[in-house]
Design a protein around this ligand. Structure first.
Ligand code: PRX
Length: 655
């Protein structure tokens, strides 16, 4: 809990500008407090009111919250709806010709879809899926580049009641294989290739490799969107081109009405044990969180041009690309490429070109852009911006100040949004027309989110002392379970030690005298690398899967740009390598992990030892490894260590 100290010295406060307050959806602290009070007085009544106001129901619900089977909750459970209907059809009478998506490709080419066009695209594709025999309840894996088609694929699944599971395009064949198997997917939707930063990534070949690994007999169809030259191996009849599939399909597709609790999607995320968790979300509760946060936190207005830079492979791309912006009828930008191509001014140029008003990105992108081109924002006209957002990891106050002053020209509030794959939508974040901002703090919980900080026994911890971040009362957008693993869900998120009632987020946090939350980081063995969650166990398992490796332990080390760099301590099956040999093996192992999991998991550093530091009972002493990784002297007690001499071997990185 040492990292929090420097942050808590932060004393700058930025109250909202009166002009912003005046036009805000939630205007002033009194309005915010009134919403919180309404929720605290009667939580189900509060969410029930919002669900009626914001969702179009096919069959209205009569019950709001059923806690009988806690922690497996039911929200609005006798209601019926369709999420795609709520994102598309609802706009057809009011604003059919409004641009829904402005897509900018890696090379700068621009494609647009209006709400009417997007509706047609989704209906045609949904009919295509039906023609393949895909139906309500089936699982469909999506492995696609950022594109209008990726959104169409997700919305198409939602339209027919199929549960999608998007796998980030940077994951390896092995990771994709595991996810296909775990989901029992009947189809995979992919593209021939993906283009990012001028590089081409052959996605369909990865899908072929994944399916060829065996056990994926459930997959009867692979749909391929042609992004590039179309050079793929077609496995007929399994494989079908997207354009062939939709060719003769009608652009009308009656939505499949589903129950509120119908699983809209699962999304795999890292946990503290080896296997990724298939986080399962509902339909209505999830959608409600996406809509209310768009209005409260992003202060959405019909004239906005919204841009969330996240890939649809992550939850941020689900809630703030595919679902939230469309459900409220926004115009949004979707970007295929990377922030640094062709140069570090790409984001700023796109904000200028598309007149973006609300911009949402991750601290890791901000930090790398500060490093690569602090003056780039000044070259572009950023006067369209009115609100900036941050997500994925704590934003250090200096990066916050740069974002605020240089990008936002001291005019735009910065909303630092704390939430998770599991929570589905924002949990702790400022309502920008009400809450004064403190750089580095995600500020106050949203109305209806009852957050707290507790000790190991679930008792409240006084403000100013760090502890476990929990959400004490149910909220609609929380994941319902882990796909096929309800017990794991209960144990991971509602542990008995805390009384079984609180949702345990897995982060440590501190609350200051003003009630502001300061996130300190993960408490489990999960690393935050460039805003992505990676389990140390996953990387260790990948290393140990190499024929060279006997044992491995992975820890994080603070990194200016990526938040955490990955340091792997490795024991080889043979003797400890030296010199050039050690260098070569380290390179080989780093590439190995990249192939096993994906490039984001590639260790930044590998160190070899004859053994790992262990207690006499054989437990690896990770806290010592963390100290070594940071290059610090060991001051901790090493008396329980079986083999202290090992520490010397592990002190130095391989050069
Ligand atoms: O540690 C917290 C960090 O990201 C974790 C959730 O990761 P994931 O499920 O991949 O979702 C990321 C996008 C929502 C959290 O447990 N985190 C996320 N947002 C913030 C954050 N840490 C500090 N400040 C944030 N704003």
């Amino acid at each position: 809990m040492a990292t929090i100290k420097s942050i808590l010295h932060e004393t700058r406060i930025f109250p909202p500008d009166p002009a912003f307050v005046e036009q805000a959806n939630v205007s002033g602290m009194e309005t915010y407090h009134a919403l919180c009070a309404e929720a605290e007085k009667d939580l189900p009544a509060f969410w029930g009111r919002l669900a009626k106001e914001h969702i179009l129901w096919h069959k209205p619900f009569t019950r709001v919250l059923d806690e009988t089977n806690h922690p497996f909750l039911n929200w609005f459970d006798d209601g019926e709806l369709n999420v795609s209907f709520n994102c598309l059809d609802r706009h057809l009478d009011t604003q059919p010709d409004k641009t829904a998506i402005i897509f900018e490709a890696d090379d700068g080419a621009i494609t647009r879809s209006t709400y009417r066009e997007l509706h047609h695209q989704v209906c045609q594709f949904a009919n295509g899926l039906k023609s393949l025999g895909i139906k309500k309840g089936d699982r469909v894996v999506i492995y696609m580049p950022m594109s209008i088609e990726a959104v169409v694929a997700m919305q198409g699944c939602a339209r027919i009641g199929a549960t999608h599971s998007v796998v980030f395009g940077g994951f390896s064949a092995k990771s994709l294989h595991e996810r296909i198997l775990n989901a029992g997917a009947v189809a995979v939707i992919t593209a021939d290739e993906q283009r990012r930063g001028g590089k081409i990534n052959h996605l369909k070949a990865v899908v072929d490799d994944a399916i060829a690994r065996g056990g994926a007999d459930s997959v009867t169809s692979v749909v391929i969107y042609q992004r590039g030259a179309g050079n793929v191996q077609l496995h007929v009849p399994r494989d079908v081109w997207w354009h062939e599939l939709i060719k003769d399909q009608s652009d009308i597709c009656e939505p499949e009405w589903v129950n509120s609790e119908h699983p809209l999607f699962t999304l795999y995320t890292s946990g503290s044990t080896g296997r990724p968790k298939g986080v399962q979300h509902s339909s209505a509760g999830y959608l409600l969180g996406a809509i209310t946060s768009m209005k409260w936190v992003f202060d959405y207005k019909p004239a906005d041009v919204f841009w969330c830079t996240a890939d649809v492979g992550w939850v941020t791309g689900h809630s703030y690309v595919t679902y939230g912006p469309l459900a409220i009828g926004a115009t949004q930008v979707i970007f295929e490429g990377v922030p640094t191509y062709p140069d570090a001014g790409r984001f700023w140029k796109m904000i200028q070109d598309h007149q973006v008003t609300v911009f949402y990105t991750a601290p890791t992108a901000i930090r790398s852009l500060i490093k690569l081109g602090p003056d780039f924002p000044g070259k572009y006209d950023l006067s369209s911006l009115r609100l900036l957002g941050s997500v994925g990891e704590p934003i250090n106050p200096e990066a916050w100040i740069w974002y605020y002053t240089v990008v936002g020209q001291s005019r735009c509030p910065v909303v630092d949004t704390w939430w998770q794959t599991e929570t589905g939508s924002h949990m702790i974040a400022p309502l920008p027309g009400a809450v004064p901002l403190k750089p580095g703090s995600c500020t106050l919980p949203l109305p209806g989110i009852i957050a707290g900080i507790v000790d190991e026994a679930g008792h409240d911890i006084p403000d100013g002392k760090g502890g476990f971040l929990v959400i004490k009362r149910p909220f609609p957008s929380l994941a319902r379970t882990l796909w096929g693993e309800p017990e794991r869900f209960r144990k991971t998120y509602f542990p008995e030690e805390l009384g079984g009632k609180y949702y345990l987020a897995g982060d440590s946090a501190n609350r200051d005298a003003d009630g502001y939350f300061w996130i300190m980081g993960r408490v489990d063995d999960v690393l935050t690398v460039s805003g992505h969650r990676l389990g140390t166990m996953e990387i260790e398992s990948a290393l140990v899967a190499s024929p060279l490796v006997a044992e491995a332990a992975v820890v994080g080390k603070p990194d200016e740009i990526k938040t955490e760099a990955i340091v792997a301590f490795v024991v080889l099956k043979g003797s400890r390598p030296q010199g050039a040999n050690a260098h070569d093996i380290a390179v080989e192992l780093r590439n190995w992990v990249s192939t096993e999991i994906g490039p984001i998991a590639r260790p930044d550093e590998i160190r070899f030892g004859d053994n790992l530091p262990k207690t006499r009972s054989g437990k690896i002493m990770r806290r010592l490894l963390r100290t070594l990784a940071k290059g610090e002297e060991i001051t901790q007690d090493t008396s329980t260590l079986e083999n202290p001499a090992i520490l010397e071997q592990l002190k130095h990185p391989i050069t």
